[in-house]
Design a protein around this ligand. Structure first.
Ligand SMILES: *[C@@H]1O[C@H](CO)[C@@H](O)[C@H](O)[C@H]1NC(C)=O
Ligand SMILES: *[C@@H]1O[C@H](CO)[C@@H](O)[C@H](O)[C@H]1NC(C)=O
Length: 502
């Protein structure tokens, strides 16, 4: 498994869990289109990806230390790792399917996809469970379940979880990359330490942090005043500083070094892009603060007094469907038609994002650098048409703060790959049923010991009419990358179970 493409998709910091490494299959970057040149994604074989999945066998499993007190009764069970046989037959079937679809026109492919052998239940389980994890945080006050299923190859979604300064704060972040994985990878690796440092800076504990972070904190304190609470300010400062480091500080460093061999390392994250959402739960303050840039989404599952469930959004999507975003763009770029075909300058779906320097760097910088970047294989290093007044895209997050109440039972944090398949109310209902199924008297059954896996299984089993059938996921998962990207996106899910005593 000594492959440079194997990356850690899920970063955990100071948590009580295993931290496996892997990557998985799939395709055709759709969040950022290459204008006028919409080629299918790489035709790389699955061998490397599956090596990653197999490598996981040694570390996969259920890491669950202790039953959290007051959490809805969840059995502590060990789930068998996916059998090697099932993972191998997944690799073989996908490899064969890729060969069959290669070189076909779009129309031919659509027909052929319907003739591919679908997966068995064992193969479905192997794919769904290869990345699932579960653990406790904040001394058992929280339970975290995560899972990821890829469509892009390599996957462009990352999760990052970990303790945050203060003793009772825990963060769960999802970073949904586009136009490559490099930006999302950096965010997953650096966001938790950045938030940690921002909080300490604001609380006056440590002043020895990076210049972009100090700048962001100073600017926020000046602009918004010291009355702004520490956690929202720290999250905002960390998001702004991260983007500043990835897009501007790295550019300055590259220009200073004038060393072409450093191009990909320093500028690669800037020419790809990523959405980012961080939910920070504070079990002492009994609150959750969500910072969001892009179109990932956080949902709160609320159990009402009469036993029914309600979904409450803890973030707003930043897309062309968001009226606030349309107003902001019109205000910042008077006289320009920024949104075309529902995308920023016809290319980018989210209206806020990290990286994406083609919508941020000054025109002169783009002209000077993009030809070399293109020549080095960065295929998104091209200026969008009608680029008049960058920046068009910001990483500035919108903050939602929520005091946790009696009925607030869980938070779902997920990339848009989940919400493409399911409505908010359905997501909350499915997770609620996963809890209820633990009570034998409920008469409900679940195949999964992990709430996130259960949710992804439901998402990929749902047909266009909201009905769920096993055949649908057996079909959906059998479609190989890169064609799979036309049917489903990378899906990353974290379910945070809140203490029932809240
Ligand atoms: C302050 O930050 C520096 C560098 O990150 C670290 O080495 C040091 O331990 C920190 N000091 C405190 C008091 O946290
Ligand atoms: C439960 O309560 C909510 C809010 O109070 C209400 O909207 C809903 O109709 C009730 N459902 C049932 C089945 O009683």
């Amino acid at each position: 498994m000594a492959s440079e493409t194997l990356r850690q998709r899920h970063r955990e910091f100071n948590s009580t869990a295993v931290a496996p490494e892997s990557q998985k299959p799939a395709g055709d970057g759709e969040k950022e289109t290459e204008l006028g040149n919409k080629t299918p994604g790489s035709k790389r074989s699955l061998t490397i990806a599956i090596a990653g999945v197999l490598a996981l066998l040694g570390v996969t499993g259920y890491s669950f230390m202790r039953q959290p007190s007051g959490v809805p009764a969840v059995a502590v069970t060990t789930v068998a790792a996916p059998t090697e046989t099932a993972l191998q037959s997944v690799a073989t079937k996908r490899g064969n399917a890729q060969k069959r679809l290669e070189g076909m026109t779009k129309v031919e492919r659509r027909k052929e996809v319907n003739r591919l052998p679908i997966f068995t239940d064992d193969e479905v389980d192997a794919v769904l469970r290869a990345n699932e994890k579960s653990w406790q945080a904040i001394n058992g006050a929280l339970r975290i379940d995560t899972d990821q299923v890829s469509s892009n190859e390599p996957i462009e979604d990352y999760l990052a979880t970990g303790d945050i300064h203060g003793g009772s704060r825990y963060m769960v972040g999802v970073f949904d990359g586009h136009a490559g994985f490099m930006c999302a990878e950096q965010l997953a690796a650096r966001m938790q330490p950045m938030i940690d440092a921002a909080l300490q800076e604001i609380e006056g504990i440590n002043k020895t942090i990076s210049a972009p972070l100090s700048d962001a904190v100073v600017r926020l304190q000046r602009d918004v005043g010291r009355g702004w609470d520490t956690v929202p300010m720290a999250l905002t400062a960390a998001f702004m500083a991260m983007d500043n480091e990835l897009v501007h500080a790295s550019l300055a460093e590259y220009q200073r070094l004038a060393d072409p061999s450093q191009m990909s390392r320093l500028l690669g994250p800037a020419v790809s892009g990523s959405c980012g959402l961080v939910a920070l739960v504070d079990t002492d303050a009994n609150e959750v603060v969500v910072a969001n840039t892009g179109d990932s989404r956080a949902l709160l599952g609320v159990r009402l007094a009469n036993g029914t469930w309600k979904a409450v959004r803890l973030s707003q999507d930043h897309t062309a469907e968001n009226q606030n975003e349309l107003s902001r763009l019109a205000r910042e770029h008077p006289g320009e038609t920024v949104i075309r075909s529902g995308r920023i300058l016809g290319g980018l779906m989210p209206t806020r994002a990290f990286g994406d320097s083609r919508y941020k760097w000054p025109i002169g910088v783009q002209r000077a650098l993009f030809p070399q970047l293109l020549a080095n294989g960065h295929k998104y290093a091209t200026s969008p048409p009608d680029l008049l007044s960058p920046p068009y895209v910001t990483a500035h997050p919108v903050i939602v703060r929520h005091k946790l109440g009696k009925g607030d039972r869980f938070i779902v944090v997920a990339s848009d790959g989940l919400y493409d398949q399911m409505a908010d109310a359905d997501v909350v209902q499915v997770v609620a049923q996963w809890y209820e199924a633990r009570d034998p008297a409920s008469g409900l059954v679940t195949k999964d010991k992990n709430a996130a896996t259960h949710l992804i299984r439901a998402a990929l089993s749902t047909d266009g009419n909201g009905n769920r059938r096993d055949e649908i996921i057996r079909y959906m998962l059998a479609i190989p990358p890169p064609v799979s990207r036309r049917y489903r996106d990378d899906i990353s899910v974290a379910v945070i179970t809140l203490n029932e005593a809240n």
